[in-house]
Ligand binder design. Structure first.
Ligand code: WTA
Length: 641
């Protein structure tokens, strides 16, 4: 299908969906924590700090806060100031003192079919032991530890052990290449790195350790590497630098008891890199206190989870969705989570549906791109399995097209499970615009803001737009799980998020509100591409391209893609002496994969003779996009070409 037809179909689909309302089942409403979403919301925003304070009361603190919200150094807002806590106090310590110590915290299945379980007691024991190992290696409060792993239980152990001793974890998604990993190690100045010998994906072992070795050669900041044995992969172990996790865990130093570090509510918990419009990925920082309050309340209310449920967030722990809703929030709520190592369509496109049936999953949370990918194989695959344990479904990462929403609702949710479309960002830490199960749904709309969140759509002057008018998605009041800043770059934090409208957080998305006040997120307004729910900056892709000897200049844009949401299209000007060819295009794709990650691999490479530029020399990506879609080029008065 041509890009233009695809785009037209998407728009028509959304127009239809606006009038398609799914009223919640009375049974769902009865079971829901929030029975009347509008009334609950109205109450929550009468006094926003008081609302979040009431949420914080439900968690454990070593010492309660002096002030709920400190805005004296805005936009560096700080929550629960003076409070003392540690997210591990709520995620583990408080549970092992109750009956929950015998409850399963984690059920895990590997791609080859092997499985493991861990009770809260067992998880806490492993975390304690590993926290002692880290301390023994000299890791202290405030030190940064890089984690580069796949979906195995030890990634949770590693993150929690860091948090327990007050170290700041920096998890790098296991799909990133050596260069991307090296940049992140260097920016964070991590002296310790935790990885594994390999992880299973689509029948093959991904050799993470070899990538780590190459990254450290580039960025020799790392002094110690801890390697979890997962895949019996023969890896190079450098004496004095590399240690097996299981060897360390059997040393006397790995005692089963360990003190949880008492942290200020405003101390950093982790940093996580994400792409922006320009330059290198930025390390966003989240804090112990407000973050735990935000993620726990959002998961509880948006999904109506309780003790008897089995929660499966099918994201990767390497992204914010995994941090908030695989690792921390489910543990804080004392839930049983399921984690799966492999891909959804291997060996067959019903692997996920089979796992839902096998483990009796009640809540399932994934991304639109995965749904679209599985939808292509037809409804026979989900129909083959007993999905009757499911109660609530969710999606995240990009706008879900109504067609995919309906398929998910019909064939996975069997016309009875609400689809919770959660809009949020690495920056926001927790859901911002999302239905709760008792809300009437429209396919493709994230519906309305979560309680305590003031979201709006505004025009260029910061005024709220009329119904159905597109504008900037903004947040008008600080919220507890908000990012604290960008690691080492306070100015960039202020300019990126608070520079356009004073006192108002600019999300970087375009959106509109319909006549019912429902939000329809359209997509990024900046040079960020959303490929299969993964955020990539055009600048990163372009700088990877120009690092190839054949490339003089490059421009990358996202264009509609049936499965991935957006595909990456690149226009490349060659240096003298190089000829455009299919072979060169393939080589450039491979080069980007190696430089960043397979997820950044361009779908199409074009070799034009010029690029549309402004007179000041900036490439006009907007014009490239309009041309590719056969649409009007808009204002081209500044075009030099
Ligand atoms: C997009 C992922 C529409 C959006 C949690 C945002 C969405 C970016 C949705 C953040 C949604 C995420 N509907 N768009 N439900 N969820 N997005 O930081 O463009 O990886 O700005 O966080 O994803 O991506 P990030």
């Amino acid at each position: 299908m041509s890009d233009l037809v695809l785009e037209a179909r998407r728009v028509a689909d959304i127009e239809e969906a606006e009038h398609e309302v799914y009223v919640p089942d009375p049974g769902v409403v009865e079971h829901s924590y929030i029975k009347d979403p509008d009334a609950f919301y109205a109450e929550s925003v009468k006094d926003i700090p008081a609302f979040w304070e009431s949420q914080a009361e439900g968690l454990d603190w070593y010492k309660k806060w002096d002030r709920v919200l400190d805005d004296s150094r805005a936009p560096f807002y700080r929550w629960f100031v003076g409070g003392k806590t540690n997210i591990v106090l709520n995620a583990l310590d408080r549970h092992v003192k109750t009956w929950r110590k015998n409850k399963l915290a984690l059920i895990w299945e590997g791609e080859p079919g092997d499985s493991r379980t861990m009770s809260y007691y067992a998880l806490n024991r492993e975390v304690n032991k590993f926290s002692n190992v880290l301390r023994g290696m000299g890791v202290k409060k405030g030190d940064r530890v890089t984690i580069y792993m796949g979906r195995i239980p030890e990634i949770m152990v590693a993150m929690l052990a860091c948090a327990k001793i007050g170290a700041i974890h920096s998890v790098v998604f296991g799909g990133f290449s050596e260069n991307a990993l090296g940049d992140r190690i260097e920016d964070a100045q991590s002296r310790v790195l935790i990885t594994q010998d390999g992880n299973w994906l689509r029948g093959k072992v991904i050799d993470l350790k070899t990538i780590v070795d190459a990254a450290i050669r580039r960025s020799p900041v790392v002094e110690k590497v801890i390697v979890v044995q997962r895949a019996n992969n023969a890896v190079n172990m450098e004496a004095g630098r590399d240690f097996w996790y299981h060897d360390l865990m059997s040393l006397p130093i790995a005692m089963t008891s360990s003190e949880t570090e008492v942290m200020e509510a405003t101390d950093p918990l982790y940093m996580l890199y994400t792409s922006g419009s320009t330059g290198k990925p930025k390390g966003l920082v989240h804090l112990h206190g407000g973050y735990q309050v935000g993620i726990a309340s959002t998961l509880k209310y948006a999904f109506d989870v309780s003790d008897e449920d089995r929660w499966w967030c099918a994201a990767d722990p390497g992204w914010v969705t995994g941090h908030s809703y695989i690792v921390y929030a489910p543990l804080i709520l004392g839930l049983t989570s399921f984690m799966y190592e492999g891909a959804p369509n291997f060996p067959y496109p019903d692997r996920w549906w089979q796992l839902i049936a096998k483990y009796g999953i009640s809540h399932f949370y994934t991304a639109p791109t995965a749904i679209r990918g599985l939808m292509r194989f037809g409804p026979a695959w989900p129909k083959r399995h007993d999905l009757s344990t499911l109660k609530v479904l969710g999606t995240v990462g990009e706008p879900i097209n109504p067609e995919a929403w309906r398929w998910y609702y019909r064939y996975v949710g069997q016309n009875r499970c609400p689809v919770i479309d959660t809009w949020w960002q690495t920056e926001t830490g927790a859901f911002m615009i999302t239905p709760t199960p008792a809300r009437a749904l429209k396919p493709g709309s994230a519906t309305r803001p979560f309680p305590g969140i003031v979201a709006d759509v505004v025009d260029e002057n910061g005024e709220s737009t009329e119904a159905d008018q597109e504008g900037f998605l903004v947040i008008k009041h600080p919220w507890p799980a908000m990012l604290a800043g960008i690691y080492g770059d306070p100015d960039r934090y202020v300019n990126t998020y608070w520079g356009k409208f004073p006192g108002v957080y600019l999300a970087g998305d375009a959106a509109r509100k319909d006549a019912d006040g429902y939000f329809w997120v359209i997509g990024r307004i900046d040079d960020v591409i959303n490929v299969s729910g993964h955020r990539l900056g055009t600048a990163e892709i372009e700088s990877a391209l120009v690092s190839h000897p054949a490339v003089a200049e490059a421009a990358a844009i996202g264009l509609p893609d049936e499965v991935k949401g957006q595909g990456i299209h690149c226009w490349v000007l060659l240096r003298n002496g190089y000829q455009a060819s299919d072979a060169l295009a393939e080589d450039l794709k491979l080069h980007v994969r190696r430089e960043i990650s397979p997820i950044a691999s361009p779908d199409k490479i074009y070799f034009p003779s010029t690029l549309p530029k402004t007179r000041s020399g900036k490439i006009m990506r907007r014009v490239l996009k309009a041309r590719a879609l056969g649409m009007a080029e808009g204002d081209v008065s500044t075009l030099e070409e």
